[in-house]
Write a protein that binds this ligand. Structure first.
Ligand code: F6P
Length: 551
């Protein structure tokens, strides 16, 4: 065990930079973005950074140069540079699971060397990528035949959490680049509706299931996988059909073989890849089937470019570091409890859902690496919707509500579908929102418009709402990789400051264990003795009673 992984150093609130930030916050809390911008006409250009194909404007945050200086000092005091190096060099920084954290190896170039326990993992990564590419090519070309000799036209990914959210998000994001003559579906929920709706119009003879599960033990995934098997065999009858219609992505070869999938059609990955950091591993097999190996490679090159940027760029120009530190400022000093992620690109409609697992499973932690309770609040709540839709829904609260909701706006300069004025209208809305949130509209401005006195307070916009704007030229496989890696490393940066383990997820365990206890109580045909609390016992009894009654 690498003891350094458990060392947290002085408590965060005792660090000189933290204390300086507390004092600094007292001085600047009255500042308004209106004033800050008026005092510094170059601010918009100055407080921006560019790297790996993405442009970040962070000038509309409630920060001064001094805030940034102190946040950067905090990063230094927390040893961020050393932690980044530890991650990239295979250190076991996932302390509570005693594992290396090497999603960056998934996009390492041939010839790079990254070791885990003395073994270079890069050749293993490339061997799996080659296997995926061969397989994808044979399915896409129609060479791979189903049990009855028909080509595969439908791909159904069965997985949950990291084995679903990344694949769905990437498929939706890159749909423009995908095979339009094939159907891609994603089943995650153990609710039978999910499976039924995903398969109701598909023909088993032309359908392939990818069973995605790192552990190959997850209740939801295995239940859906068994239903998929029954669904397939109902029509194809012979057990041998499973070999032509099922492949697996897992670290558990034994579990895969037990299910009846030929392990030659299993795509592996490793315990040093966390589920929520796995969309560019074999977990992305559905993505590769949809967009082809070459585009998948482009996506990896986008990830890689952001990895290099994160590792090599001085922190004051480093996009993930700046975003991570600003998140700390907004959360711990301005008291914001959530972050809204607002993509102005319809293809990114699942990006906020994907980010919820990435950010909240990573940084929703209550103890530090050494097991001591954290002394500041950690992981904020991430949520969001594609831009203009949100404008006609929840933006009211962001503009005029009583809570502070920092926002990340994401936009692209070139549309994938040039359609009349649409794209300019879309981007005008993005820019207008960031302007409105920062500068608002004063009482004087509202009055000057001739607004009746009684209506004035309702029409005032306080402004001073912090936003980041991320711009890229065009949504491509490469920019998607850059964007995801940007958030991965921003999450890591925040975790390092909070001194938590961003790579474990013990908080998902208890519910799973308790469900295992309740399942037989629901299925029991007799009268099981219930020993839960009175609420849970009553709910179980009610469920059992109502379930039996005809609707
Ligand atoms: O329950 C949470 C979790 O463990 C996630 O971290 C993971 O992405 C998901 O379940 C799925 O796990 P698996 O890929 O092992 O089925």
């Amino acid at each position: 065990m690498n003891d350094a992984a458990l060392t947290t150093g002085p408590r965060l609130v005792k660090r000189p930079a933290w204390q300086a930030l507390v004092a600094h916050h007292r001085q600047v809390q009255g500042l308004h973005l209106r004033q800050i911008f008026a005092d510094d006409p170059q601010r918009g250009e100055r407080l921006s950074a560019e790297g790996a194909g993405l442009y970040l404007d962070y000038s509309k945050n409630r920060v001064t140069d001094e805030t940034i200086r102190l946040l950067l000092q905090l990063a230094d005091e927390c040893g961020l540079a050393g932690r980044i190096e530890a991650m990239f060099s295979g250190g076991k920084i996932n302390a509570s699971e005693r594992r290396a954290v090497l999603h960056v190896a998934l996009r390492a170039r041939t010839g790079e060397r990254i070791e885990v326990d003395g073994a270079d993992v890069v050749p293993q990564v490339h061997a799996v990528l080659d296997h995926m590419a061969r397989f994808s090519e044979s399915v896409r070309s129609g060479r791979w035949r189903g049990h009855t000799g028909r080509a595969i036209r439908n791909v159904v990914n069965i997985g949950i959490g990291g084995s679903d959210l990344g694949p769905v998000m990437a498929f939706e994001a890159l749909r423009h680049y995908s095979r339009r003559d094939m159907t891609f579906r994603f089943v995650s929920n153990v609710d039978g509706t999910d499976f039924e709706e995903a398969t109701r119009d598909l023909d088993p003879e032309e359908t392939m299931f990818i069973i995605c599960s790192k552990t190959f033990t997850t209740l939801e995934t295995l239940t859906n996988a068994h239903s998929a098997r029954e669904w397939t065999l109902r029509k194809l009858k012979e057990e041998s059909a499973v070999q032509r219609h099922f492949v697996a992505v897992s670290t558990n070869a034994e579990g895969v073989a037990k299910f009846g999938i030929d392990t030659a059609n299993m795509f592996g990955f490793w315990d040093w890849i966390g589920g929520r950091y796995s969309m560019d591993s074999a977990i992305g097999l559905s993505t590769m089937l949809a967009i082809g190996a070459e585009n998948f490679g482009e996506m990896l090159s986008g990830f890689h470019a952001m990895d290099q940027h994160f590792r090599r760029t001085p922190f004051d120009r480093n996009l993930p570091v700046l975003m991570g530190l600003l998140a700390i400022w907004n959360n711990n000093f301005l008291g914001a409890e959530t972050v809204a992620v607002l993509p102005y690109e319809h293809y990114l409609k699942r990006f906020p859902a994907y980010l919820q697992q990435l950010t909240m499973e990573s940084n929703g932690k209550h103890v530090m690496l050494d097991g001591m309770p954290v002394d500041v609040s950690t992981g904020p709540i991430y949520w969001g919707e594609p831009g203009t839709n949100g404008q006609h829904s929840f933006y009211q609260l962001i503009h005029q509500g009583t809570r502070l909701v920092p926002c990340d706006f994401i936009g692209f300069c070139q549309p994938l579908h040039p359609l009349g004025r649409h794209h300019d209208l879309l981007l005008a809305n993005l820019l207008a929102q960031t302007e409105a949130l920062a500068f608002g509209k004063t009482k004087e401005q509202v009055e000057a418009e001739g607004t009746p006195d009684w209506l004035v307070p309702h029409r005032v916009f306080e402004g001073n709402r912090p936003t980041n704007t991320i711009l890229a030229k065009r949504l491509t496989p490469q920019t998607l990789g850059q964007l995801v890696a940007l958030y991965e490393h921003s999450v890591f940066t925040q975790g390092v400051i909070w001194q938590i383990d961003s790579f474990d997820q013990w908080g998902v365990e208890l519910g799973k264990v308790l469900a295992q206890r309740i399942i037989p109580e629901l299925e029991d045909t007799g009268e099981p003795t219930l020993v839960h609390d009175s609420s849970t016992n009553t709910l179980i009894r009610r469920y059992r009673r109502f379930r039996k009654e005809s609707s």
